[in-house]
Design a protein around this ligand. Sequence first.
Ligand code: SF4
Length: 356
Amino acid sequence: MKIGIPRAMSFYHNYTFFFGFFTALGIEIVLSDKTTKKTLSRGSSLVVSETCMPVKVYVGHVLNLLDKGVDKIFIPSFQSIAPKIYNCSKIRGLPDLVRNVVKQDFTIIDATLDKSEKKRGLYEFLKETVAPFGITDEKKIKKASKTGWKVYNNFKVMTASGMDYNQAMNYALQGKVFIQKEDKEYPISIALVSHYYNIYDERTSMKIFDKLRKMDVKVYSALQLTDKQMDEGINALGQIAYWANEHEMTGCAGHYLKDNKIDGLITLTAFGCGPDSLMVDRITRKTKQFNKPLLNLTIDEHTGEAGFITRLEAFVDMLYRKKRASIINKINIDETQYIPNTNFIQVDDVVKNKSL
Ligand code: SF4
């Protein structure tokens, strides 16, 4: 039993869960290769140009799995992840989109998760997912989902401690848990606000974490936060959650805007993303209220690395200067320590004031 999983979009949120789940049921996972220029250009060639970049990347990964000879590909439809909290239409219709543009012979495992509807919850979704493999034993499915949660929770514990995404993923898949202890002190801290599939796909994000680290910047993201912290972040911006990815955008921004250790925020969004244009606009308006600098970066398949680096460097340079200025302004000269030289009297003063 084999299932292909595209290394794109929801992979960056829940692969650890599905690794535990499918492995516990004896289903072998075939992952697509890491994103390359070719993945993106093959995906782009099949969809209309207005489609956002993450979807183009996703289609490229499906093609890569087909090249590997996989005949069953997991392309779930995540409609809503909580009552009245919805995904964007592209995520909701992803199986149909792929079916329409990839004209090859393969089975799409397109189970639907819709927590706004009755009988469309997680267990129904998992049952639908494994039915094509002839697995119907509910006890077995529930037990496998527990294994999935265990791997997922281990991953979350490690990322919450500040561990790098890839390192935490590697340990979690090996069933290991380590807690990261950060020894190095960074002069500047930035919160990176974006969808996981935009920032943890190294090709899409142009290795933004590495670039900022080289500039001696500590980078925080939604991955270090709990759901409760992100809920509070949404409230802090006076918003209510509507989009499924509201947590990693509005919640993350709201939390870090209140956090004194954060010097500035960067939002990274895909060109043509409807939900992001709304959420980033709200974040930008609120940022002024918190007096924190914000850089909005938009990416698409034509974004050049040189221009991307220049904008990052300019932003980080401004944060350094702002921080230096705020430190200098805090240095008070105690006036009582200033002792004027009273032995020296200007001759002019003697002439002007006879009392001297
Ligand atoms: S949320 Fe935005 S980036 Fe993500 S799939 Fe939808 S339109 Fe594309």
